[in-house]
Design a protein around this ligand. Structure first.
Ligand code: GLC
Length: 751
């Protein structure tokens, strides 16, 4: 490969080299392929384009690839990129929802199926996974990631890279992954999209970089820089993070692509006076490919010719682009992607749609279930379905729709209708608009609720209220939805409130007044079926929150892994402490929270050995038992804390989790194998270390529902081992001889 790359490089003119570094608009995200006109085709023939984005379709892309390979001087194949972030045509739950499954295998499988579909359609590059840690729900793009925790984020990032890229990048169904947006895009001031992130080197290293580290370690072949600056240095020009950290320290050898037009935006940032200066800055910093600004192709040639920009800098970037094309097998067979027969067979296939329903069911979080009102009886006489989103078939498609169509979506109403018995009457009313102040629909909603045996009230945001450029300054339900809910809840009917949307909402009053509350996010094509599965008990909910639900926007940022401070928040108002005088200390729902239709008991904690040295593994063991009458999945969470260190440590840090299925009465013993180096931090000199002394561990059903806690001691210091790669705790499970589960009637008849 290297020989071929050098050979090509020696053959290439400067224009052809800069062409390889250029990604051009193939279409708009809502109108793919529409911009590949004759002028673009002429550029392809001249070797002036290296990649297109917002393109799809086996026939179209095979022809475009033929043009590049057969009608240009050097015949270098093109990369075709598309935002396949949570599905290609079979749309899966938005990433924030899928992360609530705490099921990396399921998340990997969803990426795998998306890659099957996208590669059949000729796409060979996805701009995913989005791995930005987000701790501010005002930020619209919180919907695209795995929430507030770096460890969970790292696990989900690696799972998606494995899913997209498969066994070998050169397989015809492997999609080049592109973890984005490097880095700290979720830390924008005020939760405003694109805004400046002012994070310390330590917070960068301990919170925002780990998911990228895990994605690179999982073999991601490309990476996308973020729009934001970090304390004044735009990521599109951040040489030290792109070169020293990403490439030199982490050994990343793939290609770095800018975000949309971000190279040109270096002028708006105020770090470049003109387009050429912006291009030189980005290329020198390590941005190999220019997404749609055109600066590399149009403005850098002059700088190279006048010696202001060394050819070596251009060549280094071209090598990385050519290598990625080799990794994808495009030089060997430029037409391995895109096959109309495969396209017909795999896209929206039954097995893909079935999996969409399965992972959606795992992503639903049961927040509250007073009186065990859920699951509902399928043969209920009269069910009122109220709310502006109940019939919506576009919202469930979420933030990145790729080829997703509303017609493919099972709405909440359709799902419920398909689930209930033949004699059940389902009456639906929107009650109000999603946003807006008309209360004209309230009376009808109240009438239906009064006449019903139970009410399902659907509230929240649609797909266009989160995602890119969708930051909100308020976190309440939009419009008059709260007033509608208060009118319906005042009727004191058995009411299940279903929340939809792409961010945690501030709903303290709803958490108070609604007997039952279910967070269903935006679950993709099988949304209605999956929600009905949970509401009527065919699926036992098992999701757990990956973001904290604040009481209001004023409480933001609020996240579980905070530092203790010198005056930890106290409920005693006479004490001066780190809290508001006009808001509770706790959020409405904490990180890791999620209920089930059964109950789980935790017991028998063991932490061995009690004393460890560098390089050891601590084993944290416990027994979890399903105490209820039905099977269920529990996500057992392991948190750690270093109570005394030279740098104050977070009060809790997720260091392990395991999703466990238990039959009624069944018990299992979990052993978390915790490598000591996971417990370190970056000290005052920013070198990674684990300090000797006591460490506390806690096992719980959420960050705020700790069931067992223990401790161990580290005898000697761990330091100067350099920054560890992404380290994960492995969990061993042994199912104990299940106590005789309660037999139901049929079972007695079996032999
Ligand atoms: C957008 C997004 C990025 C996406 C790219 C191409 O602006 O920031 O996530 O991959 O442009 O659509």
């Amino acid at each position: 490969m290297e020989h071929h790359v050098e050979e090509l490089l020696n053959e290439m003119t400067l224009d052809e080299k800069l062409g390889q570094l250029t990604q051009s608009r193939g279409g708009r995200s809502k109108d793919l392929n529409s911009l590949v006109d004759d002028e673009q085709k002429a550029l392809v023939r001249q070797g002036r384009i290296g990649s297109y984005l917002h393109v799809a379709g086996a026939e179209f892309l095979t022809e475009l690839q033929r043009l590049a390979v057969k009608e240009s001087r050097l015949g270098i194949p093109l990369l075709f990129g598309l935002d396949v972030v949570h599905g290609y045509r079979t749309i899966f739950p938005v990433p924030l929802a899928a992360a609530c499954s705490w099921d990396p295998d399921a998340v990997e499988q969803a990426a795998r199926l998306a890659a099957e579909e996208a590669t059949a359609a000729g796409v060979n590059w996805t701009f995913a996974p989005m791995v930005d840690v987000a701790r501010d729900p005002r930020w619209g793009r919180i919907v695209e990631g795995a929430g507030e925790d770096p460890y969970l984020g790292a696990v989900m990032a690696a799972a998606q890279v494995r899913g997209y890229q498969g066994e070998r990048l050169s397989d015809p169904n492997s999609l080049l992954a592109c973890p984005k947006h490097f880095v700290a895009y979720g830390a924008g001031v005020g939760g405003r999209d694109y805004d400046s992130a002012d994070v310390s080197p330590r917070t960068l290293a301990e919170v925002y970089l780990p998911p990228f580290r895990a994605a690179v370690q999982a073999g991601a072949g490309s990476l996308m820089t973020a729009f934001n600056d970090i304390a004044g240095i735009p990521m599109t020009a951040h040489q030290s993070l792109l070169q020293e950290v990403l490439r030199d320290r982490w050994g990343f050898s793939g290609l770095v692509v800018s975000d949309w037009n971000a190279i040109d935006e270096l002028r708006a940032h105020g770090v470049a006076g003109d387009r050429a200066a912006a291009g030189a800055l980005a290329l020198r910093a390590g941005v190999d490919m220019d997404m749609v600004s055109g600066i590399y192709e149009q403005d850098l040639g002059r700088l190279v010719e006048t010696g202001q920009l060394p050819t070596a800098v251009v060549d280094a970037a071209v090598r990385r682009v050519l290598r990625v094309k080799h990794w994808l097998g495009l030089f060997e067979d430029p037409f391995r992607y895109g096959n109309t027969a495969r396209e017909q067979r795999v896209i929206l296939s039954q097995s893909h749609v079935a999996f969409a329903r399965e992972i959606a069911g795992k992503s639903i979080v049961l927040l509250k279930n007073d009186g065990d009102l859920l699951p509902l009886d399928k043969n209920i006489e009269n069910l009122a379905l109220i709310g502006p989103l109940a019939d919506d078939r576009k919202a469930p498609l979420g933030s990145w729709k790729a080829l997703g169509q509303p017609d493919d979506v099972v709405s909440l109403r359709a799902g419920i209708l398909a689930a209930v018995g033949p004699n059940t009457e389902v009456q639906a009313a929107a009650g109000c608009d999603l946003d807006g102040d008309s209360t004209a629909g309230f009376a009808e909603a109240e009438r239906l609720a009064k006449a019903a045996d139970a009410v399902v009230l659907v509230l929240g945001e649609d797909d266009d209220m989160s995602g890119e450029a969708r930051s909100r300054s308020r976190l309440e339900l939009p419009g008059v939805q709260r007033q509608l809910a208060e009118r319906v809840l005042a009727l004191k009917k058995p009411t299940v409130v279903v929340l939809m949307g792409g961010r945690p909402l501030a709903i303290p009053w709803l958490a108070e007044q609604a007997p039952v509350l279910v967070e269903t996010w935006l679950l993709g094509v099988q949304m209605g079926s999956a929600v009905a599965d949970v509401l009527f008990g065919d699926v036992n909910p098992s999701g757990k929150l990956v973001t904290t639900f604040p009481v209001g926007v004023g409480q933001v940022p609020i996240f579980y892994g905070h530092r203790n401070t010198g005056r930890p928040a106290s409920t005693d108002p006479s004490k001066d402490s780190a809290r508001y005088i006009d808001a509770p200390i706790q959020p409405v729902f904490p990180f890791g929270h999620g209920l089930s239709y059964t109950t789980f008991n935790y017991a028998d904690l063991e932490v061995t050995p009690p004393e460890v040295d560098a390089g050891d593994i601590v084993q944290v063991r416990c027994t979890v038992t399903n105490r209820g009458k039905r099977a269920g999945d529990e996500v057992v969470q392991l948190y750690a804390r270093d109570p005394v260190a030279s740098v104050a440590q977070p009060v809790q840090k997720l260091v392990g989790f395991h999703r466990l299925r238990l039959q009624p009465g069944e018990a299992a013993t979990l052993t978390f194998n915790l490598p000591v180096e996971m417990l370190g931090y970056y000290d005052a000199e920013m070198s990674y270390r684990v300090e000797p002394g006591e460490f506390r561990v806690a096992i719980g059903a959420s960050s705020a529902d700790v069931r067992l806690d223990g401790s161990f001691r580290l005898r000697e210091e761990v330091r100067d081992q350099g920054e560890p790669g992404s380290v994960f705790s492995r969990v061993d499970v042994t199912k104990n001889s299940a106590e005789t589960p309660p037999l139901d009637s049929d079972a007695k008849l079996q032999p």
